[in-house]
Design a binder for this molecule. Structure first.
Ligand code: SF4
Length: 297
């Protein structure tokens, strides 16, 4: 990609708020609400959490699910394929998959070896093929070829757990849900919103902090932040727009210039994960399978 200014830097300059590298200075941190103290009250934590959510909404007004899909069936299949791989890799694989098997009926009737060959790039392809064949047959036989819109039905489908079910409910059916993936869990623990490790317990505690109407977009914003800035190994603290609200500031690179180099996707001027992103996405679409120049994670 060319020399596009990182989106976070542009947002900070535009809004005039103390976002971007300047927000991450040591001086800012010492006065930060909740930072550097173990005695933050529950009320203060809830206020800080809601403020983080509001500021993330300013940073990522275009936050969205990063799997390409055109209907609930495609979203369900793509979410099952996304286990243990990147959304980008799934998005690069599903065009051929849905061209070959556009409906649950057709996917249920697939020759397993042919299906495995198509989804091989997503890894664990034998197990994923079994799940896709099983869930497609269940959709065909038990739900009239439609993806059900209820949690209790979705989690009975082969290969579908609560996380997958919430992704489908939240993004295909507009039912509020919190998606606790690896990014969400890591970030909410860094922000001291919870100490829980178990995804279901994390989900329950975060649900107490935010109104239902915020759950789906909160999930997208937090996951966006985890993929772009607050990485597992090297969080880019020095370029983080919410550093002033973060008790874990300093866990990653604090030098603003070095931190900027760690930014990913549109924040770093690179392509996103979707081949067909929403119209308001400020970055560039991901290239098809086999093209070079990819960000990862
Ligand atoms: S750990 Fe660093 S990158 Fe992550 S939210 Fe806190 S300040 Fe930002």
């Amino acid at each position: 990609m060319g020399e596009q200014a990182p989106i976070g830097t542009r947002n900070a300059a535009k809004s005039g708020k103390s976002k971007g590298g300047a927000a991450a200075s040591g001086a800012r941190k010492r006065t930060a609400p909740g930072a550097g103290t173990r005695t933050e009250s529950r009320l203060a934590m809830v206020r800080r959490a809601r403020r983080i959510n509001r500021e993330l909404a300013d940073v990522y007004p275009y936050a969205h699910p990063e799997l390409d899909f055109r209907n609930p069936f495609e979203l369900l299949v793509a979410t099952v394929l996304s286990a243990q791989t990147t959304d980008l890799r799934v998005n690069q694989t599903t065009p051929a998959l849905f061209a070959a098997y556009p409906t649950p009926e057709e996917l249920a009737a697939a020759v397993p070896e042919e299906l495995e060959a198509i989804i091989r790039p997503t890894g664990f392809f034998r197990a994923k093929a079994r799940s896709l064949l099983g869930l497609s047959a269940a959709l065909r036989d038990d739900f009239g070829g439609e993806v059900p819109g209820r949690l209790e039905d979705l989690v009975k489908l082969p290969g579908v757990g609560r996380k997958t079910a919430f992704v489908v409910l939240g993004n295909a059916y507009g039912v509020p849900g919190i998606t606790v993936d690896t990014h969400f869990g890591r970030l909410v623990r860094r922000w001291k919103w919870t100490e829980q490790e178990d995804p279901e317990k994390v989900e329950a505690e975060i649900a107490e902090i935010f109104p239902k109407s915020e759950w789906t977009m909160l999930s997208h914003r937090v996951i966006f932040h985890g993929r772009r800035i607050c990485h597992a190994r090297k969080p880019a603290c020095g370029a983080c727009p919410i550093a002033h609200l973060c008790p874990s500031y300093g866990e990653g690179e604090t030098d603003p210039e070095k931190a900027k180099k760690l930014l990913k996707y549109e924040m770093g001027g690179q392509p996103g994960q979707r081949l067909n992103p929403p119209a308001d996405y400020p970055g560039t679409p991901a290239p098809p399978l086999g093209a070079s120049g990819q960000a990862s994670a």
